[in-house]
Ligand binder design. Sequence first.
Ligand code: PEP
Ligand code: MG
Length: 587
Amino acid sequence: MIQGIGAAAGVAIGKAFVLPNWEWSLPDTQVNPVDLAKEFERLYEGIRTSKDEIEFIKKEFRDVVGPEESSIFDAHLAILDDPVFMSEIRGIIERQYKAAEVAVKEAIDHFVAMFDLLDDEYMKERAVDIKDVGNRLLKHLLGAPEVTLPSDTQPYILVAKELSPSQLAHLNPAYVLGIVTMMGGKTSHSSIMARALGIPLVAGLENKLPVPIQTGDMLVLDGDTGAIMIHPDEVTLKEFNTRRAMQLKKREQLELLATVEAVTKDGVTLRLACNISSVKELNVALKYGAEGVGLFRTEFLYMDRSSFPTEDEQFEVYKLVAEQVGKDSVVIRTLDIGGDKHLDYFQLPEEQNPFLGYRAIRISLDRKDMFKTQITAILRASHYGRVKLMFPMISSIEELLAAKAVLNEVKNELDARGVPYDPDIQVGIMIEVPAAVMIADLLAEEVDFFSIGTNDLVQYVLAVDRMNEQIAHMYHPYHPGVLRMIRMTVEAAQRAGIDVSVCGEMASDERSLPLWLELGISVLSMSPQALLKVKHRTLNTLAAEAREIAKVCLRSRTSSETEEQLNAFVKRSVTLGAGGNAKGRTS
Ligand code: PEP
Ligand code: MG
């Protein structure tokens, strides 16, 4: 067994296809000084063709995994416009009279060596990008053929020194059982893309292989643990085959529930929506039967770029999500940065207590330009689906009224521009600050819905920083203080006749189900991976019985008492086969 880095989960078994090293060694060709103009023309033509090709790949890839992953190719396009990279190439041609391809190769080598020297994963990733783009440009300058992968043969495990995003984008997931790379790690772009495509990947095997892998070698890999084995013996092969079969069976069984309604054994229906931060996640969630989006964490649209996304860029994403979700609703939360989430291009002040500081709605109200741009994009998207707008971290009526005033201002501007939007768009708030719970009755008069953000609520109620590992054992979602806060919020919403749901991680914890049933919460929003698990639990639960357990929990004096009750209830519940007793979903 050889140990690498498990970078994309899953087990793969199959024959290796080793990608030839995409490295070029070129003769040091010089050109006649009178032909320099011709050489520049060749260079510019090569750049144009490379850009067209990247645009094409970007579009294709975007259709498969969404805009977030395909934005990697924006970085590639930016390299071809980068003044420093380009002036290095031009300088070599101009001053040393070298052929365009030689100049490109030397510039790539120069920058890659420079970035590789830095002990910084991010810069090393940039080196991979430069090599990737540079090789594409070289390919066009040399008129060299593309390395073609087998696509008409048996599926294979792809083995490469390093796999560039461009190469990965060309792969047909139907043929690629798994990927093994010598370089890279969990956070490299290729790993992110492999995860998005659902291809198991083990990276970081440089200097670890006793002999190089050859095309045709039998391989097994485990993308969870990072282990690979070349020419496994019968016993290992059998073990991996069994694990793969079990993984597939478990997944298949749960996937059967995708179109089944989430109804308890005694007929209480829940709506299970999803939390997303990208279109890719939405695709997974819809495949698993998510009934709408209960929380779209928009801050991820603002990350991994060098400036704020424009109104149009945001509008395109919100519209796409609203259209893909169709008849169900999409709750778009305005920017929630600060705390642990930062933007490279937006300097946040150094703070003693960032989670109690300049964060979320506080930033939006302070940076009205940015806030208005986002609200405009959300309102425009509301014309194309059932969009709802949600403000994070509201702690007072003043704050809520200020946010609503901005919303009204934007509505007036859109009216003046004649741009269509849903004039009755529902407006809600996250309940995640204890003060908001205490004035939930007052806040409820101002909004259409509450969504309980238990991740922050727990940290603020218990004064336990959600990022601090030293006190992680004190972070108790089942603390009676938290449960009482949740109950107060629900009761205020019910009295005011507004909707209330839960979108924090507690919703993903199947053990919490009795609490939701007892409190009367029928909408839960969770990570896509949790959907089928929570649905399975719902189908196997008798609501009447669960409510009795929850009553005990809500009277408990400690979180451990509640946890014991909930754990024991899960154990006692009879497990039905996939599909349970539920009817197919009709609405
Ligand atoms: C929460 O606080 O529960 C929540 C859903 O928001 P986030 O995790 O994005 O802070
Ligand atoms: Mg929160």
